[in-house]
Design a protein around this ligand. Structure first.
Ligand code: IPE
Ligand code: IPE
Ligand code: MG
Length: 236
């Protein structure tokens, strides 16, 4: 990739289209989720290589529990297997994994492997991978509000201390704002993904289904990002 390109510091990826990818190939939907893991591996290597510092991945939304039990179970098992299997790969890549989302009602085994991967990668500093699992922006904003109310109730803060900085530092993870949000598969919506963090992000909606979103597609996205004129409310 051209060295003069600006690489977004924090990229969000809404990994959509796994089901359609599989169905269009005459396979069951879940095969798309499986293929998505391979795609992610390639993307991670590439992102670390080009210098992305933070990547937030939408893996499972709070609303995804509405899906068939069999698909939800498949995904939970896939998380268990993938988190166990990829731990050495992530360590070798110096990736630090954090999670965003509610623990309840995730299965105990999933929570266990999540804790392990966080613990085992906590000293890595090449790239922070924020995996949004059982995540919803609405839930995050409510949970953060509750946390701040508790701080107020216990006398740790006064009403005047409540401001954007305090709110931001009490979200699930203390991450920089999103610079670039990519949603694959052609859908033009956020579906409850990181609404606070995406307030000034640039958006990109390729038609490609996530399992086919390889490093070449990623490079196209970066080119598009470089065409944008970010103003943050000012004049440029
Ligand atoms: C995204 O792919 C993965 C998850 C939501 C877990 P989908 O499963 O939503 O695939 P489509 O959008 O139905 O094709
Ligand atoms: C968003 O995709 C969630 C993830 C990619 C994990 P969905 O496929 O669940 O979103 P909708 O239902 O099309 O809005
Ligand atoms: Mg979808």
């Amino acid at each position: 990739m051209n060295n003069d390109l600006i690489i977004p510091n924090h990229i969000g990826i809404i990994m959509d289209g796994n089901g359609r990818w599989a169905q269009e190939k005459g396979m069951i939907r879940t095969m798309g989720h499986k293929k998505a893991i391979e795609t992610l591996r390639e993307l991670l290597i590439h992102m670390a290589d080009v210098g992305v510092k933070y990547c937030s991945l939408y893996a499972f939304s709070t609303e995804n529990f509405k899906r068939d039990v069999s698909e939800v179970e498949f995904l939970m098992n896939l998380f268990i297997v993938a988190f166990q299997k990829e731990i050495e790969f992530l360590k070798s890549m110096k990736v630090r994994v954090v999670f965003s989302g509610r623990k309840n009602p995730l299965p105990e085994k999933v929570l266990e492997v999540m804790d392990k991967i966080v613990e085992d990668t906590k000293n890595n500093d090449k790239l922070v991978l924020n995996i949004c699992l059982n995540y919803g922006s609405h839930a995050e904003i409510v949970d953060t509000t509750k946390k701040i109310c508790e701080m107020y109730k216990s006398g740790k803060i006064s009403l005047d201390d409540v401001n954007e900085e305090l709110f931001e530092s009490n979200l699930y993870n203390n991450l920089p704002p999103l610079d670039f949000v990519i949603r694959t598969s052609g859908e033009l919506r956020l579906s409850n993904f990181m609404m606070w963090q995406a307030s000034y992000a640039e958006f990109y909606f390729p038609k490609t289904y996530f399992p086919d979103f390889d490093s070449k597609e990623f490079d196209k996205a970066i080119l598009e990002f470089n065409k944008r004129n970010r103003r943050f409310g000012g004049v440029k």
